[in-house]
Design a protein around this ligand. Structure first.
Ligand SMILES: Nc1ncnc2c1ncn2[C@@H]1O[C@H](COP(=O)(O)OP(=O)(O)OP(=O)(O)O)[C@@H](O)[C@H]1O
Ligand SMILES: [Mg+2]
Length: 659
């Protein structure tokens, strides 16, 4: 390597920044490109199939370099993230170079679990970042966050077979990325990418401190973390990780809850796979799963929520019955269901949009989508609130958000440009300052457009012309023959063979107005846009509340739709030892039989019966019957109706199968 002072200043800057991000590919902003160097360049060029070039960094020293255009970065990023790489985005900061060099700073580190870019996120599923902190034998803390929706929760697992319990929870969550202390080894075969981190980052006192600071509280008891130290460590470690990778996301995380696996039906990983709840056994897709049958949702929020419901059947009879009540309502009232689903369908992904607004990454089109969604809320609330006591719990969080709507309607143009680079985002009449400049610029344009005829009239010089070039801007040109008649206030700027060119101070003022107006308008619109986003983010909790209510309505209507389309009945769910299903059917298999009829079967346990043995010839439907019994119980505990002619189902806390 050359001596330090021989290296170009920009190389020095690069090396200094790269040292802080040894485990990420550093995207180093140079003009319109993100450049990668050295090892990073080799990786990038190989993975993205782009040209590897080289760059001089000192006399006679060239290093590998590979660059991608800044405007196409998202596409390239997504391919690197999919392969599990982390990418540190280093931008130029400030408008001016300091000693010939732009200051640069890493603004975020893109990792699979910390995405916010709409183009990189799956819309139909949550994108979870999980943290696992193993403790004393048989215990572990798990925390998970979806920064695109603001969901943040933690729990503590205690199980004599800890690795199975871990696996079950990981299969349920399907995280995009999991962080964990680097000195532990996790069971094999867990889904997602793994990011091991130094152990000190998971220490009790440190993590607790991060949590207290983040939520601005004096104690963690309010979160139910008092007796869950491992859960607190996992949650605190997640916050630290976000601080480093995606600091803008932190302010989106203003809610936190602890949960207990004891509130949900226990389903180990193999059972989930065997029953094909949300992923089929073949490729892991949704085809042929219970989720596919039940999911008739029409919004992205509903789609994510129904996946959660199917993955987490309830144990509490009251909660199950409340869901059933609502499903019943939409089941019996087909017209209401159709109207509701039609009203939900055009809604945008409000959960993610408000998170982008609060995170400062929203674009004009996000606010347009939010406006058209909020506009539809009152009618939707009206639709479901009339005389439906079974939905009243839900409607508590359902707010019309009329103030927010007013703001969007008065501030945002009807059809604003896609980005803030173009003028016209803000509606006329919203800002006197902005309107003033737009008006003055229009006036100045007109003034310049009229100048030629006005000056010809005034000077009586017929050959007077107004022209424009890059060097002088606007000028007045008079042919040599008439130049002696030029008014005394004309200032001569240039002499041509046949003509003289002049300017006037007034003309230059108007010219400056025109030329500066666009910059000024952009600057003011940007400022107003940020203000609107800040005002909206003060309502995050309200809007998220409504988004959740919409999601829930969507899911309830979806379960009712599935029940109506497939001929399900409402099961009687009780807290007793009973299982009695008449004419049960397998919800997935019955839909795949083309031409043949699915033969319904009873599954009835008499009083005191605990075991049944099924025998029969090959291919006679034994496995199907067993799975069907499990699925019907599971559906009932989701709150769904079931494929049978009647069913009485005692809540079960666990299902095992290896079929
Ligand atoms: N009740 C039913 N009505 C109509 N078709 C059914 C029914 N149950 C199962 N089938 C169909 O019959 C076929 C065999 O089902 P299944 O695999 O459950 O049988 P099996 O008895 O477990 O077979 P094996 O002895 O090979 O384990 C499947 O293709 C399934 O779609
Ligand atoms: Mg079988």
């Amino acid at each position: 390597m050359p001596e330090h002072d021989e290296i170009t200043p920009i190389r020095k800057q690069y090396l200094q920044i790269k040292r802080q991000y040894p485990n990420a590919i550093l995207f180093f902003r140079l003009g319109d490109f993100y450049e990668t160097f050295d090892q990073d360049a080799e990786t990038t060029s190989r993975e993205l199939d782009i040209v590897l070039t080289s760059r001089n960094v000192a006399k006679g020293v060239r290093i590998p370099m590979a660059g991608i255009p800044h405007h196409a970065a998202e596409n390239y990023l997504s391919r690197l993230i999919e392969r599990g790489y982390h990418v540190a985005i280093c931008e130029q900061v400030g408008d001016e170079p300091v000693k010939g060099l732009f200051p640069r700073k890493v603004v975020r580190v893109v990792t699979p679990g910390t995405l916010l870019e709409p183009g990189l996120l799956p819309s139909e599923a949550n994108n979870y970042l999980v943290c696992i902190v193993p403790g004393e034998p048989d215990k572990a803390g798990i925390a998970y966050v979806d920064i695109s929706t603001g969901e943040f929760a933690a729990t503590e697992l205690a199980d004599s077979d800890l690795s199975s319990a871990l696996r079950a929870e990981m299969i349920r969550l399907r995280p995009a990325e999991t962080i964990h202390p680097e000195n532990i080894s996790l069971p094999d075969g867990l889904p997602g990418h793994f990011s091991p981190l130094p152990t000190w980052r998971f220490e009790q006192a440190y993590c607790q401190d991060v949590l207290l600071r983040h939520f601005e509280v004096a104690s963690l008891d309010g979160f139910g973390l008092r007796s869950l130290p491992l859960a607190a460590r996992a949650a605190g470690a997640i916050l630290q990780y976000l601080e480093e990778t995606q600091p803008a996301a932190l302010k989106l995380l203003n809610r936190f809850s602890t949960y207990s696996l004891a509130d949900f039906m226990a389903l180990d990983a193999a059972t989930r796979r065997n029953l094909e709840l949300t992923e089929n056994i073949r490729g892991g897709g949704i085809k042929g799963t219970l989720l596919e049958v039940l999911d008739n949702t029409v919004t992205p929020m509903g789609k994510r929520l129904i996946r959660q419901w199917v993955s987490k059947p309830l144990l509490d009879v009251d909660r199950i019955c409340r869901r059933q009540e609502a499903v019943s309502l939409f089941f019996e009232n087909g017209l209401l269901r159709a109207e509701l689903r039609a009203a939900l369908k055009p809604l945008t992904d409000l959960e993610r949009v408000i998170n982008r607004v609060a995170g400062g990454t929203a674009l004009p089109r996000d606010l347009v989508a939010m406006r058209s969604t909020l506009m539809r809320l009152p009618a939707l609330i009206q639709l479901v609130s009339d005389n439906y006591p079974s939905l009243s719990g839900l409607l508590r969080y359902f707010e019309p958000c009329s103030e927010e709507l007013n703001l969007l309607e008065s501030a945002l143009a009807d059809d604003p440009p896609a980005t803030l680079h173009n003028p016209g985002v803000i509606r006329t009449g919203f800002s006197a300052e902005l309107d003033g400049i737009v008006e003055r610029s229009r006036h100045a344009r007109e003034w310049i457009a009229n100048l030629e005829s006005v000056e010809r009239e005034r000077t009586k010089i017929k050959t007077l012309k107004v022209g424009y070039n890059k060097v002088f801007g606007y000028y007045i040109e008079i042919t040599r023959a008439n130049s002696n008649q030029a008014p005394s206030e004309y200032i001569r700027k240039q002499t041509l063979v046949n003509a003289e060119r002049y300017i006037t101070p007034e003309m230059k003022e108007y010219e400056a107005l025109v030329l500066n107006a666009e910059d000024r308008i952009r600057e003011i619109e940007g400022r107003i846009f940020t203000e609107i986003c800040e005002r909206l983010s003060a309502s995050t909790a309200r809007i998220i509340g409504s988004a959740r209510a919409l999601a829930e309505l969507d899911v309830l209507a979806s379960l009712a739709e599935a029940a109506a389309v497939n001929g399900y009945i409402r099961p009687d769910v009780v807290a007793e030892d009973v299982l009695s299903v008449r004419d049960g059917r397998h919800p997935v298999v019955e839909r795949t039989l083309s031409g043949e009829r699915f033969v319904p079967n009873d599954v009835v346990f008499e009083d005191g019966e605990r075991v049944r043995i099924i025998t029969g010839p090959n291919m006679s439907g034994k496995s199907t019957l067993i799975r069907q019994a499990a699925l019907i119980v599971l559906m009932a505990q989701i709150g769904s109706f079931v494929p049978a002619s009647s069913a009485k189902i005692g809540v079960v806390d666990r299902i095992f199968t290896r079929i």
